[in-house]
Design a protein around this ligand. Sequence first.
Ligand SMILES: [Zn+2]
Length: 335
Amino acid sequence: MALGIGLLMPPGPDGRPTAVYLIDMQAVCGACGKEALRRYFLSTPFHSLTLRKLERLFDAAPDAIEGVCEQCDAELQPEDVERWSLQYAPADGQGLLLALAEREGETAWRAVPHDHLDVQSQPVWSWDRQDISVVALPSLNEVTFTEAFARAMNPKSVLRQAILAFHDRSHQAPLGATFTESGACVVEAAPGLEFWIGSADGQHQAVASRPLRATHALLVEDGTIADGYPDAPARWLGDLATFLSEISVVAFVDPSAADASLRRHFHRFPIDLQFEDAGDILRVIAGDGADDHAALEFQPHAIAKEAARTGAAPGDIARAEIDRALTLLDFTNPV
Ligand SMILES: [Zn+2]
């Protein structure tokens, strides 16, 4: 992509969004000892990416090394990799997660809540212990991630945990979950995304009591798990069906979180842009807007609806929409 705009959530072969993560590797040629540095932009399906999956991908990262030593032409092997690091960012553009591993050592995880993924950034081989903007995570789990970034890595994991806690109060509820007087479990899993889990007969009251939330989706309606569209809850709640009898689950989404994410991402692009609010449409105009291809249109309400239906953060789906548009249009080269 031209002008330094790197895709962070390009559509995968099935058209569904992927999440990009950046891996740097420092290897030593097994034949001659010459150091080799490699950088890879890898991607994985977005909707099924969890912390555990990211951890596994990072642990297995050296397997992806390829190419030959520039000094002796020997093929580089996974066992030649001595150190490797990860840069991954929540797709709403708020925060950066770093990991650093050595072949014979533990993996260290760091959160940088006020940074974001820059595809042109330097490899991370160490951290400054004095840098107070970087938070050391003693371990990587839902609690440490949520505390650092004020959101869940994958809201679906939060919902699954909340359903288990709703079913059996002795089960650990997710961070920030509360139980209402009527016994429903409510949890905000990401900015602008709230899940409600309660008895099926309380569902209408729950929807009616949220006038400020502009959109919602019924993920489970009286025990029936929504299905029939890509990344529908049946794909990721199906194994919990026995806990969902006579239960409803509603996702409430605030479109302003999608709007904010769109603007945040576009503000970082190295091009002159203007925003134009046209009813439910946010128009993003490059340059003077004279060229037909210099404007993109986004619908924050539609993005919010997609986020609600798939149990995803609206800010993340907003970025997926940007990358989908960028792959369709040569937006980065306005005339
Ligand atoms: Zn060599």
